[in-house]
Design a protein around this ligand. Sequence first.
Ligand SMILES: [Zn+2]
Length: 287
Amino acid sequence: MTATRKYPDALWQPLPEDETQPKRERTRCTLILHSQVGNYDLNPFFGRGSVVVESHMQQKKTGKMEQMVGLDRTADANYRANSWAISVETTDDGDPDTDPWNDHQIEEMARFAAWLHENEGLPLRACSSWTDEGIGYHSQFDEWTAAKGIGKTCPGKARIDQVPSVIARAKAIVNGDEMALTDSDLTKIANAVWDRQLRRFPDGPDTNKAGVWLTSAQTGVNTLLSDVDNTEVKTAIANLSKQVLNLQAAVAAIPTSPTAIDAVVLNALQEALSGIQGTFQVVGGTE
Ligand SMILES: [Zn+2]
């Protein structure tokens, strides 16, 4: 397999060790997930001359994955698996036993795993032994941490429970299921749309009000575009924005018949929303 040093979706922020670490054994690939017990930028810490450990990647609660060591080099985060394992550190609130990875961290780790699958031969399955290829977490095997015997629990209970979700999501990405609408994305969409008075008018709709209504929806959709940072969700929202614009044009062309407008607008809008995700639920949309 040819050497792919950099994960193209990461910010490249190499540590000095990127030039001095031994070459990574690339005949097998294991991805080991960590949590740092804190909310720090680990780059300056790993970069200190006195700190002999490092991780290939770090994923904070927001923003892109950051790469600190090339994938052709080893990073010393995984004890006896260092010669082949790839590591991702993640930020938490200081207690990863109770602070799960957020949707963004899961999505970014899953994307990275999917990319490793295609570029480094990573099998998208849970590791069954410390030498097994696949996806695992730091405290999973004694051989992956020298500190297991003294209570090492990385990446914490809440996050260990989420490892299967990371694997499932990585598989879905590889299978072409690019749409990652999480519950929290859906709630954001629903709330933003309905918060902007996207609801029936108490005294019955008319073309003028329907136009105002759709303009509000458009404002809501535009605000969402700046609130959401998942690329697929952004694309979906941009498509919704176009559909709302089309609806505005359609409404402007409808003759004044309150019931017809009511039905057309509601149906079309709900269709547009369900185009984003089949399970979209109209929250608070009934009278
Ligand atoms: Zn760890």
